[in-house]
Design a protein around this ligand. Structure first.
Ligand code: GLN
Length: 452
């Protein structure tokens, strides 16, 4: 049924870069065979899923939304791919994304934009916009995204679904094509909080293949989602972050957010206002740290090891082949970030830019620590805007970067955050972001499930 749905609507949505119909049917049949043999099955066995194309999948195309990886078929599975397969979850295919996960609209894909199922002329968010559109457009009930600065939460918000960025280190990064290694984190999308929690428990957990993976038990997010569904938040202190609303936010978004805070209060939560004075510098810090790490990570695309190779004619030097390949293979946003990052890391500028941004990062962590002394969870809108029109912001990088205002603090601090639908503005979905301290992912799910 999901493959039929993809056939029917993906021409309009363009959520998928690659559909693996044969693999999906084989995986579904394998689950049926196990069920017939009376074998124990995991809770999501047989449930279809859409996978963001930043995650490597053995023998299946993995492009990361870039021309530079066109035609590449990885020789191995990412840890999360393996866990999904082991759980009997049926992978339908790979979803569209901003090239190397750089963007907020999926317009930076080398393969053309994805369209928002709520209004085909609008963006589905980014960079995991193929995954969010696949779930919102009923092509898949579950999807995987990655979130470096907001790329799970913002697409979830603007397509009216649930998306969670786990605590940094809770989900293995082994086999995720790296953008900014100190920030990248994979996580689940679903149409309900419980669905999202079930997928979270499939992918989370310690992995010796990732040196930043946390050797601790997975937060009990499914139990938290079930407990939250009783809709009682008495005893829970909710902090409204003063700095994450106000000028620059659409009035309809703020109205939905205020109504959401009222709902939390009516469910029994105690609502307090908290101040995080350094959050206003998160955008500047992120747009130095992420490009710096990307300039280093993307050096591996050297025309020798992966994908595209341009100008290898026996006359050009190796260096020429590398630069011709990178010139042809990377899109404008990726090039912009490599240049910014290389500059910020260069001798003489490192202390002024990269070093300074790292100090701001520490101040943001301290803001969170102080705020979590006053509240169990913090809330804000997920994005300052509803889905905007395709093409509206592409010419202005700053207009694109301000999409991340609300999501960046939790990225820089490595703390978990979920986005859950909280109403409509101009007929388009608005998201409520719920943030919790590191390793307390279950708190996000509990409050989100109560709110839902
Ligand atoms: N929009 C942000 C960026 O362009 C975040 C992207 C992400 O989380 N992958 O960097």
């Amino acid at each position: 049924a999901h493959l039929d749905r993809i056939d029917a609507v993906d021409g309009a949505l363009h959520a998928f870069l690659h559909v693996d119909a044969d693999g999906a049917i084989a995986a579904a049949k394998a689950v049926d065979a196990k069920r017939a043999a009376g074998e124990a099955l995991s809770p999501l066995a047989g449930v279809p899923l859409a996978m963001k194309d930043v995650v490597v999948t053995k023998d299946l195309p993995t492009t990361c939304g870039s021309k530079i990886l066109q035609g590449w078929r990885p020789p191995y599975d990412a840890t999360i791919t393996r866990r999904i397969k082991d759980a009997g979850v049926v992978m339908l295919g790979k979803t569209n994304m901003d090239e190397f996960a750089m963007g907020s609209s999926t317009e930076n894909s080398a393969y053309g934009p994805t369209h928002n199922p709520w209004d085909l002329s609008r963006i589905p968010g980014g960079s995991s916009g193929g995954s969010s559109a696949a779930v919102a457009g009923f092509e898949a009930p579950l999807a995987i995204g990655t979130d470096t600065g907001g790329s799970i939460r913002q697409p979830a918000a603007v397509t009216g679904i649930v998306g969670h960025k786990p605590t940094y280190g809770a989900v293995s990064r082994y086999g995720l094509i790296a953008f900014s290694s100190s920030l990248d984190q994979a996580g689940p999308f679903g149409r309900t909080v419980l669905d999202t929690a079930l997928l979270h428990e499939v992918i989370a957990g310690h992995d010796p293949c990732d040196s930043t993976s946390i050797p601790q038990p997975v937060a009990p997010v499914v139990a938290a989602a079930r407990e939250g569904a009783r809709s009682d938040l008495s005893g829970v202190r909710v902090g409204v972050v003063r700095e994450l609303s106000g000028p620059g936010y659409q009035s309809g978004v703020l109205a939905s957010f205020d109504a959401a805070v009222q709902t939390l209060r009516s469910l029994g939560a105690e609502v307090v206002e908290v101040s995080c004075p350094h959050f206003e510098y998160a955008l500047a810090a992120y747009y130095l740290i992420a490009p710096s790490e990307c300039s280093s990570n993307l050096a591996r695309f050297d025309a020798v090891r992966y994908g595209l190779r341009v100008g290898d004619d026996g006359v050009n030097s190796l260096e020429d082949v590398m630069s011709l390949t990178r010139e042809a293979g990377f899109g404008p946003e990726v090039k912009r970030r490599i240049i910014i990052g290389t500059y910020a890391l260069s001798s003489g500028y490192y202390d002024a830019y990269y070093g300074q941004a790292q100090k701001v990062r520490t101040l943001i962590v301290r803001d969170f620590t102080a705020a979590f002394e006053q509240a169990d969870v913090l809330v804000s809108p997920t994005s300052p805007f509803v889905a905007f029109g395709i093409g509206e912001r592409v010419a202005d990088p700053m207009a694109m970067y301000v999409n991340d205002l609300c999501t960046l603090p939790a990225s820089l601090a490595g703390t978990p955050a979920i986005s859950v639908p909280c109403g409509l503005s101009e007929g388009l979905p608005v998201g409520l972001q719920i943030m919790a301290p590191a390793l307390a992912d279950d708190r996000c799910y509990r409050v989100a499930a109560a709110f839902e």
